[in-house]
Design a protein around this ligand. Structure first.
Ligand code: ARG
Length: 456
């Protein structure tokens, strides 16, 4: 395909350079947005009298036909085109001639590509928000189901204090809520129109930038033409939001992998979301979680690529910026793929209450509660902490858990102990009394789940 810029002034490109330069292999993904932007641009050109309404109508009809044909397969992308913008414009001119040649009045591919990418990423952000909401729905439902299932909560991967499984799952829900908040915020800055900035300096034609912005559903216009064509902050911001989503999914994956090991056996992931081994018949490998953890690397990498591409670029547009798309497209696709597999994987997992409780019974995770018991009876916390520690040491020596030590032994440490101490260190009670706002008690979890439901 010949170039939009090819003529007497500029001869043909070397074939290898042509291939190197072309971006249609990846920017064809933005065909819808390119067409949408062009329809808005031509409507505006007609409105302000730069082209006739009849020409605008011809342009819009032909662009819509191109879009429909691309979708039904009647028209295929010409991968020898320089980019999606060239392809659509050349196809348009092929169909309607002169009217098509007027479309690019008061526009450059620089503002066009910036617009297309913004519209594309706006859609991606919306889609990812919906997927996060779906995941949250599954998590809320699981948390309700497991709101009384006591398990050890960990710090340093050492058993620390009893929590319930629902509470643990809901910790992740909170991070996914923040991810949605961040995407919504980032979307506001994505959703600005650079159209009309031209190549870099604006135009002398009496265009109406606010009109195109409005037609395209953009909340604002980019206020400086040079910034409009050189700004890719929105890509970096989105890439960063996506990197954080992956960070959350990856940490969650790590726990799912640990929990489904024989060492823990807190959960079983369903057969439909695990794989077998070609040699070891007993295996159920948590591949989906592992892949999610692994794919986090590329999403982090994409963020770094984008930052690095932009570093040191002089204003305004530079061809380096063509490198933005593959990175951000890959991050969007990867996050969507991971979210799509994660929600049903969690939905179909089963939790093993007995194993969680057994694990909770070891490791003296009620030692804090023993100290709290004495503190409530009037002993200063630091002393109570000491006594509780000494009792744990005795239990370790006698190979017992706190619940098994008889009251007489407790009384040797302090006369404040009484029969009710066993109630105080009962694991279920230990968990259910942590009713502070955001705490691990089932009643406190209820408030958290209400917050999330409201948020969704
Ligand atoms: N394919 C280009 C990109 O992705 C479109 C803009 C080209 N502009 C230019 N002046 N060569 O950035």
């Amino acid at each position: 395909m010949s170039k939009l810029w090819q003529g007497d002034l500029h001869g043909a490109l070397n074939a290898i350079a042509d291939d190197f330069n072309s971006s249609i292999s990846f920017d064809h993904k933005m065909y819808k947005q390119d067409i949408e932007g062009s329809i808005a641009h031509s409507a505006m050109l007609a409105e302000v009298g730069i082209i006739s309404h009849d020409e605008a109508a011809q342009i819009a009809a032909a662009l819509k036909a191109i879009r429909a044909e691309l979708e039904n397969g009647e028209l295929v992308f010409d991968f020898s085109a320089e980019d999606i913008h060239s392809f659509v414009e050349q196809e348009l001119v092929k169909r309607i001639g002169d009217a098509g040649k007027k479309l690019h009045t008061a526009r450059s591919r620089n503002d066009q590509v910036a617009l297309d990418l913004r519209l594309y990423l706006r859609d991606e952000a919306d889609e990812i928000i919906v997927l996060l909401q779906e995941l949250l729905k599954v998590l809320v439902q699981k948390a309700e189901e497991y709101s009384e299932l006591v398990m050890p909560g960990y710090t340093h991967l050492q058993r620390a204090q009893p929590v319930n499984f629902g509470h643990h799952l809901t910790a992740y829900s909170m991070s996914f809520c923040r991810d949605i908040e961040r995407l919504r915020d980032c979307r506001r800055r994505i959703n600005r129109s650079p159209l009309g900035a031209g190549a870099l300096a604006g135009t002398g034609f009496p265009i109406d930038r606010k009109m195109t912005a409005e037609l395209l559903g953009c909340e604002e216009v980019c206020m400086n033409s040079m910034d409009a064509v050189s700004d890719r902050d929105y890509c970096v911001e989105l890439a960063s939001c996506l990197a954080l989503i992956m960070s959350h999914l990856s940490r969650f994956s790590e726990e799912l992998i640990l929990w489904s090991s024989w060492e823990f056996k807190f959960i079983t992931l369903s057969d439909s979301f695990t794989t077998g081994s070609s040699i070891m018949p007993q295996k159920k490998n948590p591949d989906m979680a592992e892949l999610t953890r692994g794919k986090t690397g590329r999403v982090y990498g994409n963020l770094m690529s984008l930052l690095t591409v932009l570093k040191g670029l002089p204003l305004a547009y530079n061809k380096d910026m063509q490198e933005d798309k593959e990175a951000i497209f890959d991050s969007c696709k990867t996050v969507k793929d991971c979210l799509k597999v994660f929600a049903p994987m969690l939905d179909s997992m089963t939790a093993h209450a007995d194993n969680m409780l057994r694990a909770a019974q070891k490791g003296f995770i009620n030692a804090t509660d023993l100290a709290d018991y004495l503190t409530a009876k009037g002993m200063p916390f630091r002393d109570a902490y000491r006594v509780s520690g000494d009792i744990v040491a005795l239990c370790i020596k006698e190979n017992k858990v706190l619940e098994e030590l008889p009251l007489e032994k407790y009384l040797e440490f302090s006369d404040m102990f009484a029969e009710d101490l066993f109630e105080a260190i009962d694991l279920v009670n230990c968990c259910s009394k942590r009713t502070s706002l955001g705490g691990a008690a089932p009643s406190a979890l209820k408030a958290q789940l209400e917050y999330i439901k409201e948020f969704i």
